[in-house]
Write a protein that binds this ligand. Sequence first.
Ligand code: NI
Length: 138
Amino acid sequence: MEKVKRFGVSIEQNLLNKFDNYIKENKYKNRSEAIRDLIRENFVNNAWEDLNKLVAGAIVIVYDHHKRALLDKIVDIQHSYQDFIISSQHIHLDHHNCMEIIVVKGVMHKLLELESLLKATKGIKHTTFAKSTLGEEI
Ligand code: NI
C-alpha cells in the first residue's frame, strides 16, 4: 500500500460550494476521495490524447440486425482489427436491434480508427466509446 500524503488546498468559497454539491451528488464519503478520483480521471483523459499510448476501452454499437449487408460489414471491420479486439459481446435488445460491446486494447490511434470506421458504417444507429486505462498512469 502506497503512503498517503496530506496537503492543504486554497479554494474560492463559490467553487468549494460547487465541489461539495458534486461530492453529495456523487455519493463520495469525503473531499479527499473525490479529489483523488478527479486527478485520476484527468490523467486517464490525458493518456488518451497521446496517439501512441497503449490504452483500453470499450466501443459500443447499436444496429438493426435485419440489414444483412450491415452485419457482414461489421464482422469484416472487426476481423481487420482483431489485434486490437480482446472480446466482443452481442446483446439482442429487441426484435430489430442489437448491441455489441467491443472491448479494445492497443495504441490510441488504431482504436480511434476502428471507432471511426464503425461510426461511418451506414446502418449503425449509435456508436460510443468508453475510454479507460491500462492502469499505469494512476
Ligand atoms: Ni442480436
